[in-house]
Design a protein around this ligand. Structure first.
Ligand code: BLA
Length: 233
């Protein structure tokens, strides 16, 4: 069900001068032990970003996932872009998280980068209802205006395509803000904060259990440490 979103994202990357990079064969495409799911990943070289990864997990009617993170170059203190879309077929539930993941939780930083996301958040209340984070700390690498829902009513599914497109458009605009207004966090600090993002996320990400059940512990451990959050190892 997330193929149109994947297509939208990839088209958007191409339009911004993105070029696909070779992904390690082990991670490019991998089937689950039982053969009931396939996980595929892409890496993009996009001007202004040091890493842009995309992962799609197709577990047929049981589970669908689209996940992506953009890491800006260290010379920009722009937020990372985080996408985590999950569809659990058995409980007919959409879990959607879209955020500009802030490097720091400071008012001046929020004022600089979050006007657009703030507006988007207020326009899509059905995608912004969830407040309860069990594994992550909402005050670390998440913004107060993230789009976050766990919805079984079908309401959020309807508005997701338009919200997704606008979310991407809104993120592209940050590059302009960042280039007009010189990065205020020094590059060395941005680098440390991006590394900490990987170190923090690899421990907290609730994908661990899910990956292990489909792909076994060893592959999942490598995928998490080497592809999803490479600065963690
Ligand atoms: C939640 N993400 C989840 C959950 C799973 C994943 C299984 C729990 C869903 C539930 O409530 O039942 C799955 N995470 C994945 C998968 C990948 C992954 C499959 O990284 C990799 C392919 N997660 C992100 C990013 C964001 C994010 C970039 O990877 C930010 C936008 C957010 N995911 C996020 C949040 C939750 C979540 C906030 C809710 C977790 C909580 O309750 O603390």
């Amino acid at each position: 069900m997330f193929d149109p979103f994947l297509e939208e994202l990839h088209q958007s990357l191409l339009a911004r001068g993105g070029l696909p990079l070779q992904v390690n064969q082990d991670f490019q495409e991998h089937s689950s032990i039982k053969g009931d799911a396939v996980i595929r990943s892409w890496l993009w070289n996009v001007p202004g970003y040091r890493r842009w990864r995309v992962t799609r997990l197709d577990g047929a009617e049981k589970l669908q996932v689209l996940n992506s993170v953009a890491y800006p170059e260290y010379c920009s203190d722009m937020p990372l872009m985080g996408i985590d879309l999950l569809w659990f077929g058995i409980r007919k539930q959409l879990v959607a998280v879209l955020d500009f993941q802030p490097l720091v939780q400071e008012q001046a930083y929020f004022d600089r980068y979050f006007q657009g996301l703030k507006t988007l958040n207020s326009r899509f209340p059905e995608l912004s209802r969830e407040t309860n984070m069990r594994s992550f700390d909402p005050n670390r690498y998440f913004s107060p205006w993230l789009l976050f829902c766990k919805d079984g009513s079908g309401e959020a599914v309807k508005s997701l395509p338009i919200a997704f497109k606008e979310f991407l458009d809104c993120y592209w605009k940050l590059q302009k803000i960042s280039s007009l207004d010189l990065s205020q966090i020094p590059a060395e600090e941005v680098k440390q904060l991006q590394i900490e993002y990987d170190v923090y996320s690899v421990d907290r990400d609730p994908a661990h259990g899910l990956f292990s059940s489909y792909f076994g512990k060893s592959w999942s451990h490598r995928f998490l440490h080497e592809f999803l959050f490479p600065a963690s190892s």
